[in-house]
Design a protein around this ligand. Structure first.
Ligand SMILES: [Zn+2]
Length: 708
């Protein structure tokens, strides 16, 4: 079918047309890819300008890199070939080089991005594509037959693009941006129809595929026609078959409720509860029960979340001990239990401490550590591969979560979705988008405000939080206003997610828990700035909301002291799943649902990682050192390394008057209880780590959060 003279790359439009004519689908597909890549690129720009985006994740970067790096590399190799080899480069070989360069860059970017935990599913899909298309793309290289070259190339294109088209969301990008917008708009809220709609949309592509196959194999290679049809049919069957299997599996567990656990890092309870500070959150909370005296078990992100996930004390689970130790793999987590009960377990987190390196992904099928980050659209391909530049913003997080919920809504299997954001945590970066929220609070945005030693506020490479500890006194008030603005901004983004969760179909079969890992301090005297390294109530008192329409009463405010440790047994109890016996928390189901009163209990919190010294620096604690706090009936007792503190929280909620010397008998009882707790849970049983060094990316994330 091809003549010898057709197979050499020649200059001029006639030569180019001849090439395109010989492999129409390949180049039609490439044109579609370029259109899709451009649409994604434009989409990235739209997101930058605050418009609602549809692909706020790595997809646009992958498409962009595929197109430009792959094509560029292929052309470079071809140019080098023609410069140094006397033998002319045949068109099929040129195309093969292009394809292989493309696939290699594709693989490199996937490997690179999958290290963040995000595109795991895409990675699996990519492997599938490789398996399907590799044999066909090898044909032109190994065969001397012109027909085989032609058939191999078009076969590769057919398999590749049809497999891509089967990946429903990519179909829309490939076919065109207008269809993407139209279908998403039309299908919004009617996600159960998305499968058939995608199938209908795929019909023109199917027609194109068959037309191309018939055209290519028309005068020869008829034997291979069957192979094409089989490959295409297989590609088109995979997605519907997977949907069918999921549907059948779902029918058995359709009644199991979902769980969504939202952790707003560093959100103080008073901000969440104070009228007007976070109106969307408060509106949503009115449909559930608020636990207004909830206490976290640690004062910084890693140990606190590890306790939340495992219902174990920091000394037990090992996360947050010095030298970068993570959650011990021996500890059973909430996600692991739910996964054992056929829950799909997915997390969108802000990364940093919430990363697989620290063992926090235990039990999660998908653990996206860039849940609120977007590759900055500078699209520098080299930096993308070597050192991707990310930016944290709650609108990216909202878009990602909304998209996930939109897609997930169509499936009937139960899920556990963990959502975490550093948006409030990062208030000190004085981001320009906080200006409107400062104005709403009656404050003026200071674009020149910069914490000491920071080179720039928005730079993710800059060290952040530590410098709050050494901020000049006249900056503390502005920092606190910034914190309020960040909470207000987060609330405005949270509104979209909470509205979606309020949708009747979802809210009646979904248990939603919203809490925080710790608060934030703003008092220069006594030393109560920032979080971590101490155990006062500005850090331990956290918001806690439990909403489960039709099960948990609406509008309840419960002032009984409870612990973050209680959330895991409570969630399992409300989901109807048996709890493991060795959890340290108790189920709050009776307290919330029927108004029962739990027995008087002691609530403990711990710091086993570091302490803040008198000169406002961090000192890592030795293996046998720890701080312990005890909360009981409005009384707070803290055992530090330097001494002890005793406060009456009912009259002194800010913990200013240390009553240790004036109440010796009470102090003695609390000291004994603290000692008994420390003896029961010695520090530290099963430390996990330290592992090999932090990756540069993780190191940079932690620095930007102010920890290294
Ligand atoms: Zn935190």
């Amino acid at each position: 079918m091809w003549q010898k003279e057709d197979l050499t790359v020649r200059p001029g439009m006639t030569g180019l047309w001849r090439i395109v004519r010989r492999a129409p689908l390949l180049y039609a597909g490439l044109a579609g890819m370029i259109a899709g890549g451009s649409a994604a690129f434009v989409e990235g720009i739209r997101i930058e300008h605050g418009a609602v985006g549809l692909y706020p994740d790595e997809m646009q970067a992958i498409l962009f890199l595929d197109l430009f790096w792959g094509a560029g590399l292929g052309i470079l190799i071809a140019v080098l070939w023609s410069a140094f080899c006397k033998k002319p480069l045949s068109f099929p070989r040129f195309t093969c080089i292009f394809i292989w360069a493309w696939m290699l860059t594709h693989a490199a970017v996937y490997v690179r991005l999958s290290s963040y935990g995000g595109p795991d599913l895409l990675w699996g899909r990519f492997l599938l594509l490789i398996m399907l298309t590799l044999p066909l793309s090898i044909l032109p290289l190994v065969s001397r037959s012109c027909q085989m070259w032609s058939v191999g190339l078009d076969g590769w294109a057919v398999a590749w693009f049809s497999a891509w088209l089967c990946a429903a969301e990519l179909l829309l990008v490939s076919v065109g941006y207008p269809l993407l917008v139209l279908s998403t708009g039309v299908l919004d809220g009617k996600a159960r129809w998305s499968g058939p709609a995608y199938a209908v949309a795929a019909l023109p592509c199917l027609f194109l595929v068959f037309w191309s196959v018939l055209k290519t194999a028309g005068r020869g290679g008829r034997g291979l026609l069957g192979l094409f049809v089989a490959v295409v049919a297989l590609c088109f069957c995979i997605e519907p078959a997977a949907r069918g299997i999921r549907y059948l599996a779902a029918r058995r567990s359709a009644e199991a409720p979902n769980l969504i656990l939202i952790s707003i890092d560093s959100l103080r309870a008073d901000r969440a509860y104070c009228h007007g500070k976070m109106p969307a959150l408060q509106r949503y909370a009115s449909g559930g029960s608020l636990l207004t005296a909830a206490n976290s078990q640690a004062s910084w992100t890693l140990p606190s979340h590890a306790s939340l996930f495992s219902s174990r004390y920091p000394a037990e689970h090992g996360a947050g001990r010095p030298q970068g130790s993570g959650l011990s793999p021996e500890v059973l987590t909430l996600a692991e239990i739910l996964a054992q009960h056929s829950y799909e377990t997915v997390a969108f987190t802000g990364g940093g401490w919430l990363s697989p390196y620290f063992g926090m992904d235990q039990g999660f099928a998908v653990f996206d550590t860039h849940g609120e980050m977007l590759l900055r659209p500078d699209y520098n391909p080299l930096s993308m591969l070597l050192f991707p530049n990310f930016e944290r913003r709650a609108d990216y997080w909202r878009i990602k979560v909304e998209n996930w919920l939109k897609r997930r809504f169509a499936q009937r299997t139960p899920f556990f979705l963990f959502l975490h954001t550093y948006q409030v945590h990062d208030y000190f970066k004085n981001a320009p988008y906080l200006a409107a929220h400062l104005k709403r609070a009656g404050a003026r945005y200071d674009p020149h405000f910069l914490l000491p030693q920071l080179s720039t506020n928005s730079d993710e490479n800059a060290r952040g939080g530590d410098h709050i500890l050494v901020a000049p006194p006249n900056q503390i008030a502005y920092l606190e206003t910034l914190y309020d603005a960040a909470a207000s901004y987060l609330d405005s983004e949270l509104e979209g997610i909470l509205k979606r969760l309020s949708h009747e179909d979802l809210s009646r079969k979904t248990l939603v828990i919203l809490t925080s890992d710790h608060g934030e301090g703003f008092k220069l005297e006594p030393r109560r700035l920032h979080h971590g390294g101490r155990l006062h109530q500005d850090l331990l008192h956290v918001p806690m909301l439990i909403r489960f329409d039709g099960v948990v009463p609406a509008g309840q405010k419960i002032s009984t002291p409870v612990a973050s440790l209680d959330l895991m047994p409570t969630a399992l109890d409300l989901l109807g799943i048996p709890s493991p016996p060795d959890m340290r928390g108790v189920s709050l189901k009776d307290l919330i649902v029927v108004g029962g009163q739990p027995a008087q209990r002691l609530i403990f919190a711990e710091e086993v990682g570091y302490e803040i010294t008198a000169d406002y620096s961090r000192r890592e604690l030795a293996a046998n050192e720890r701080q312990t706090a005890l909360i009981a009936d409005g009384i707070k007792f803290i055992r530090n390394l330097e001494g002890e503190e005793l406060y009456d929280l009912k009259v002194d909620p800010d913990e200013v008057q240390n009553q240790l010397s004036s109440k010796p008998s009470l102090a003695s009882r609390l000291r004994a209880a603290t000692q008994e707790f420390q003896d029961r849970y010695p520090c530290c049983l099963t430390p996990a780590g330290p592992k090999e060094g932090l990756s540069p990316d993780l190191q940079r994330q932690l620095q930007s959060l102010g920890y290294l």
